[in-house]
Design a binder for this molecule. Structure first.
Ligand SMILES: Cc1cc2nc3c(=O)[nH]c(=O)nc-3n(C[C@H](O)[C@H](O)[C@H](O)COP(=O)(O)O)c2cc1C
Length: 353
């Protein structure tokens, strides 16, 4: 048994979170990761209200294990999705930017654990003051939107600054990493890229191949993709975007933002509400906010349509070290074995001294 207090409350077998990833952490992946013994978060931040509700229903149908959902509290339909989460007693909710205090109070009163992800110590302190039950800290090596501080340093800094349990994310792939995080004082680890590179992940094979064949130096951070520091594989598309002029990026954002509006069935009012929520939360410029509208369409090209060179592939640097696509069950078994090897290593050192 490998267990910590937080994960006992979450109801998973081992202290490992499968994190939310847009178009990746689908009901299919969450069901597989939770059935295997991890705690999975369903990615709903890019879903309309109806899609989010359908995904929650589908996950409830596919797994009898507890799971969580991830959303932006400023996204269109957030209030209704939160009511649905409460109605179905979903175990936990994760969020990052622009948390809404009334929603947090409502969720906590209903017994839903609030576990935001943060990338800076000041955000960790703020999240705790707003009532978070635990935190996931994501170090700079992590995939998707990311901060500047490496996981090991951010974890130590946050552990000193808050009293609630802290889960470490960014760069983890195995049981040795789990043992290291626990040794530091974390309550467990959270992994995105590693779970994306499993058999049950819905990402098309052509795109999984691109992740398998890249190395750590090709997985870098750019702000040119959606205005925020975003860690992605620098394929042909991202490399050229990273060098592009601002007018070209803005034009592209306008076209894709329009397509996103059609895809997500959001009204102009919804889109403006979401934009202003982002502006308020992140102090983005209007141009950067327009660029953010661009990102879902481009990410889907790689992650859904299977065109790795024409789309964007958010990725942790850890993809450079991942060389296989196990099932979630095999991955969790491997993590348990490695954790026991790590514990034996500790024990041998202690016995010798
Ligand atoms: C393909 C991909 C998509 C992601 N999408 C989201 C998302 O929609 N929402 C979110 O909060 N984090 C997202 N992330 C970040 C992950 O949830 C997680 O924090 C991160 O992957 C941890 O670092 P790791 O990849 O080194 O494990 C994404 C990461 C990846 C790799």
């Amino acid at each position: 048994m490998i267990q910590t207090e937080l994960f006992k409350r979450l109801g998973s077998e081992i202290p490992v979170i499968q994190t939310a990833m847009g178009w990746v952490a689908t009901p299919q992946l969450v069901a597989a990761s939770t059935q295997a013994g991890a705690f999975g978060f369903l990615a709903l931040a890019t879903s309309s209200k109806d899609e989010a509700i359908a995904s929650i229903d589908e996950t409830l149908r596919l797994t009898d294990k507890p799971f969580g959902v991830n959303l932006h509290m400023f996204q269109p339909g957030a209030a209704e999705i939160i009511d649905y989460v409460i109605k179905h007693q979903i175990r936990a909710i994760s969020y990052s930017r622009s948390p809404v205090p009334e929603y947090i109070s409502k969720l906590k009163a209903a017994g839903v654990l609030c576990i935001p992800t943060v990338g800076e110590v000041k955000h960790a302190i703020k999240a705790e003051s707003l009532g978070a039950d635990a935190l996931v800290i994501q170090g700079s090596e992590g995939g998707g939107h990311t901060g500047e501080t490496p996981t090991s340093l951010l974890l130590s800094e946050v552990l000193k600054s808050v009293k609630i349990p802290v889960v470490a994310a960014g760069g983890f792939r195995d049981g040795f990493g789990l043992a290291a995080a626990i040794a530091w004082g974390a309550s467990g680890i959270a992994m995105g890229t590693r779970f994306m590179m499993t058999q049950e992940s819905p990402v098309p094979d052509s795109t999984k191949e691109a992740y398998l064949s890249c190395n750590t130096s090709e997985i870098r951070v750019t702000k040119k993709f959606d205005g925020l520091p975003h860690r992605l594989i620098f394929n042909k598309y991202i490399t050229s975007l990273d060098k592009a002029s601002s007018p070209r990026i803005f034009l592209q954002a306008l076209v894709s933002g329009w397509r996103y509006k059609q895809l997500s069935q959001a009204s102009f009012k919804d889109i403006f509400k979401a934009f202003f929520g982002m502006l308020k939360g992140d102090k983005l410029t209007i141009a950067q906010t327009m660029m953010a509208a661009n990102s879902p369409v481009i990410i889907q090209k790689a992650m859904v349509e299977g065109k790795p060179n024409r789309g964007a592939m958010p990725s942790g640097q850890v993809a450079g070290l991942i060389v296989d696509l196990p099932t979630c069950g095999d991955l969790i078994e491997q993590i348990k074995n490695e954790f026991f090897i790590a514990s034996k290593n500790f024990k041998e050192i202690l016995d010798e001294s």
